[in-house]
Design a binder for this molecule. Structure first.
Ligand code: ADP
Ligand code: ADP
Ligand code: MG
Length: 603
């Protein structure tokens, strides 16, 4: 038996602009029954009981607004919440553990924030009955005999205090109109504000008003506010956006300290290095973005993340991706490298009031991906803009004969029109290139976005449109500034793979700035490391071999890496653990040899 799910994307359904094809062509409707009709709000309403799953409405809808899926019957009893008719539904829930950090990972739109809202008590789950007011009593009945019952019993009576760091930090300046110092003093219930301010590197931000903070500062202030609350359960929804690697590590140390006090902690995160480092357990939410999400069982973080890469959940015997992501195969095999220099530059100097950048000269050869890493505000963007010809150096020169396609860090969403119109205007026929379609546009599901207005896209959607538009350009060098920002894990892998197919395999080159170490490790052949004092002085090394570059960078951050014996993926060693100390002594921060049979001993 299957369980039918029909989902309508309200933003895409425009019954005033179509010929009501779904209603006209539905074979059940033709047979005289009422499977699809136009509802009061002029949106299609689909009956999941009458639907036979033929998929005709999905095909004939000119706006791609309908999704029909068949799920296993066993899920029906696990439906926790459904927002409304033909809308998103969540199956099962995360299971927080006392004294542990539970990491939650999955695609955008599979219900991570919904799950956190339920855990926090902000949203009373309706068990799929969206026609009646939900109540805690009904939900508690449903939970009888389950691990989570105690938690929700105390949530429903207000005995549990919950602290939530929301995903949308950009909304916070509207609520917090004061300076950081008085904000943190006011919210502090733990008496630890001094310590937290120091740990999160917020000292210089204290006198600033919240609306004037940089993205990374705002994110860390939001983390501090959540951490300073005296709660029983702490929920952190994507705390790494805008933060650099040092700041991500500081945030994860703080999160671990909270759990060590015997609290419940749940962390939603797309950066798997950080997720791995911060979590004891991992739960994967799989499903169809916008349609449904299922929370997996609890896995120890190492095996959970390996399962995520594998695309397969052993305990539930579910494959949620058709192929594994691998770190084993050296990407250089398929690349068309040559010694031909496509760009070169002498030593470069650039100063702004209060900031100066010094970059050592270097060159980029054909078929090479240069990964660029370093803390925030050290001049990475400035360097890339100089190479792309968007900014002039004060001294030194750049020799780029090749054409560069450039994706800036900060994206503009003020294009007056749809995504389709954006592509037509910016890249013409480039968007239709079969290679681009197969490697990038199709896996990123661009067709779902084409009819949407650029101004209404989410951060992740806008990022993906910008990346596709960059690769749709005819160029020799692709320069990408922070392509992973707001993008989920699955799509980060799609982008990493596409860099292989659209750049290396066709003899082009790329430069990629990012803070996701795993992503950089996956795509880079060579590396450029930025060091210095953020916002004051930055210096860049010449392009280095990947091992040297990673070694210098990790030494700066004070982290050592090993390779996972099963997946080959790099993992952060436990700080001050045996491996960490040994590798630091030898100066081997970045472990290149795979299959070190020490992994087990480290756990
Ligand atoms: P994630 O955090 O994994 O990105 P969310 O929990 O934010 O996912 O959203 C899951 C789905 O539920 C999305 O398709 C979203 O549009 C939908 N959704 C979220 N909140 C509501 C709501 N209040 N009413 C209707 N749909 C919603
Ligand atoms: P990163 O990309 O490493 O975060 P950026 O290159 O964006 O660093 O910025 C480095 C420093 O230069 C920052 O302190 C920033 O405020 C300053 N800066 C960048 N662009 C300008 C500009 N056009 N005018 C003045 N200052 C700038
Ligand atoms: Mg930058």
């Amino acid at each position: 038996m299957v369980h039918r799910v029909a989902v309508l994307d309200d933003d895409l359904c425009h019954s005033d602009k179509c010929g009501l094809e779904c209603i006209r062509d539905c074979p059940v409707n033709i047979n005289g029954e009422d499977c699809i009709h136009l509802g009061e709000e002029k949106l299609a309403v689909i009956s999941e009981t009458l639907c036979i799953g033929c998929g005709i409405c999905v095909k004939v809808c000119p706006f791609d607004a309908i999704t029909i899926l068949n799920l296993g019957e066993e899920l029906t009893k696990d439906k926790v919440h459904q927002y409304g008719i033909n809308s998103f539904r969540l199956y099962r829930l995360p299971t927080p553990r006392r004294g542990q950090v539970v990491g939650l990972v999955g695609r955008n739109g599979v219900g991570k924030s919904t799950a956190l809202q339920i855990l926090s008590g902000q949203l009373i789950p309706n068990l799929g009955d969206y026609e009646h007011e939900p109540s805690w009593d009904k939900f508690l009945d449903y939970l009888s005999g389950r691990e989570l019952k105690e938690h929700f019993k105390r949530v429903s009576t207000g005995e549990v205090r919950v602290s939530l760091k929301p995903q949308a930090v950009y909304k916070l300046p509207e609520i917090w109109r004061k300076d950081v110092r008085s904000l943190l003093e006011k919210v502090d219930e733990t008496g630890e504000s001094k310590k937290v301010i120091a740990e999160l590197g917020l000292t210089e931000a204290l006198p600033k008003n919240v609306p004037d903070l940089s993205g990374g500062e705002l994110q860390r202030v939001a983390v501090a506010v959540a951490a300073l609350k005296n709660a029983d359960i702490y929920l952190f929804d994507e705390p790494s956006s805008f933060n650099d690697v040092y700041q991500r590590m500081a945030v994860s140390r703080l999160i671990r300290e909270i759990a060590a006090k015997g609290k419940f902690v749940v962390l939603v995160e797309h950066d798997i290095t950080f997720l791995d480092y911060a979590s004891d357990y991992v739960q994967i939410i799989y499903g169809e973005p916008g349609a449904y999400g299922v929370v997996s069982s609890l896995y120890p973080s190492r095996t959970g993340i390996n399962s995520l890469l594998e695309g397969m959940l052993p305990q539930e015997n579910i494959r949620f991706r058709d192929r594994a992501v691998t770190f084993q195969a050296p990407t250089a095999v398929e690349s068309q490298q040559s010694t031909e220099v496509v760009a070169s530059y002498t030593d470069i100097k650039k100063t702004y009031p209060g900031f100066s950048l010094d970059a050592n000269g270097g060159e980029l050869t054909r078929g090479i991906v240069l990964g660029i890493i370093g803390a925030n505000a050290l001049g990475k963007t400035t360097f890339l803009r100089i190479l792309a010809g968007e900014e002039k150096p004060d001294s030194g020169s750049v020799n780029v004969g090749a054409k560069i396609a450039y994706k800036p860090q900060y994206l503009r969403s003020d294009f007056p029109g749809t995504v389709q119109e954006f592509f037509t205007e910016k890249v013409g026929k480039g968007y239709d290139d079969p290679n681009l379609q197969a490697s990038l546009a199709a896996p990123l599901r661009m067709e779902k976005l084409l009819a949407r207005n650029v101004s209404e896209l989410s951060g992740g959607e806008l990022q993906k449109v910008a990346i596709v538009a960059t690769f749709a350009q005819e160029a020799d060098i692709y320069a990408l500034d922070e392509p992973s920002a707001f993008v989920d894990v699955e799509d980060r892998f799609v982008i990493a793979k596409a860099i292989g197919r659209l750049v290396k395999a066709v003899g082009k080159s790329a430069m990629v700035i990012d803070h996701d170490i795993q992503l950089l490790d996956l795509v880079s052949d060579r590396m450029l490391v930025f060091t210095g004092r953020p916002g004051k002085v930055g210096s860049a090394t010449a392009p280095l071999g990947k091992e040297d570059g990673m070694n210098i960078f990790l030494k700066e951050v004070g982290l050592t890496y090993r390779r996972d014996i099963n997946s080959g993926r790099p993992r952060v060693n436990k700080p001050d653990g045996k491996l960490d100390r040994e590798q630091k002594e030898k100066g081997q921060y970045y472990y290149v040899t795979r299959g070190v049979p020490r992994e087990a001993a480290e756990e």
